[in-house]
Design a protein around this ligand. Structure first.
Ligand code: KIV
Length: 305
């Protein structure tokens, strides 16, 4: 966690002489708030991108159920299943060993009560190598959060815009815009902290509300569309890298626009194959001339009868 600045981007981990980078733990993340160090979190859903997130020095890798939209192509996160999430999270954990790994509990995997939540959350730890889980919701999830934490599963809470309730909320809208709603959100956050959550995502809420929540909680707040005063920030990888078409929420800063770069690369492949310039000698395998001669002679003899 502390060595991100020094590590060159092309270094490999775990070589004979290099000490492996220190794994980020739940207590590390909690301590960052106390120490006034900002927390970074990014989503990833497969081994290739998880490896890049690991190399970037980002503290927390979230296998978000946003995968439902950016990977699986649904229009919301609601259809995502526990099996989907376990498969994606297992792939991500094979790519990343240093960041804290958090698996997002999908819709229907915890709302039916603490027992179902425990069984499903345990799958994230046992089958997918996650370190913690994330659960959307306020006071209605407090018993579930407490049950998970009491049974050894660390929980990141998530309030504000909770995308699994998108139809109930009437769309992906900013939440807690009135004093009353903001007060309710703050009470939810305090209840989740009391239940044992180690951190809380604040999504799409006014910056002043996020600041109040951040000041009043001992656990770190991680914002997405919640202004600059949270203890950390998270973005969806596909938003940050320009991999999700033209759709761009106001809060989602695009750190790279890879979509057009990828399309251009694919167009070049398409053109080079059609015109016969790929593969060239550089990208082809050869064989010994003597072996080639024997092969050709043998084939000629076989054709002659
Ligand atoms: O699913 C997700 O990616 C999330 C983040 C937006 C916090 O919940």
């Amino acid at each position: 966690m502390t060595e991100k600045a020094e590590r060159p981007l092309d270094s490999t981990y775990g070589g004979a002489s290099a000490a492996p980078p220190k794994k980020v733990t739940v207590p590390d993340v909690v301590a960052m708030k106390k120490d006034g160090r900002r927390i970074t979190m990014m989503t990833a859903y497969d081994a290739a991108f998880a490896r890049l997130v690991d190399r970037s020095g980002i503290d927390v890798l979230l296998v978000g159920d946003s995968a439902g939209m950016v990977v699986l192509g649904y229009t919301s996160t609601v259809p995502v299943t526990m099996d989907d999430m376990v498969r994606l999270a297992a792939a991500a954990s094979r790519g990343a060993s240093r960041p804290l790994l958090v698996g997002d509990m999908p819709f229907g995997s915890y709302q039916t009560g603490p027992q179902d939540a425990l069984r499903n959350a345990a799958r994230f730890l046992k089958e997918a190598g996650m370190d913690a889980v994330k659960i959307e919701g306020g006071r209605e999830t407090v018993d579930t959060v407490r049950a998970l934490v009491e049974n050894g599963i660390s929980v990141m809470a998530h309030v504000g815009l909770t995308p699994q309730r998108v139809s109930q909320l009437g769309g992906f809208k900013v939440q807690a815009k009135t004093a009353r709603a903001a007060r309710r959100l703050l009470d939810d956050a305090i209840a989740l902290e009391d239940a044992g959550a180690f951190a809380i995502v604040l999504e799409s809420i006014p910056a002043p509300v996020a600041r109040e929540v951040t000041e009043r909680l001992r656990i770190p707040t991680i914002g997405i569309g919640a202004g600059p005063d949270c203890d950390g920030q998270v973005l969806v990888l596909h938003d940050a890298l320009g991999l999700y078409g033209e759709f761009k929420p106001k809060f989602a800063k695009r750190y790279a626009d890879l979509g057009p770069v990828i399309v251009e690369a694919l167009r070049r492949f398409d053109a080079e194959v059609r015109e016969g310039t790929f593969p060239d000698a550089e990208h082809s395998f050869t064989m010994k001339e003597s072996e080639q001669a024997i092969l050709e002679r043998g084939l000629r003899d076989r054709a002659a009868g």
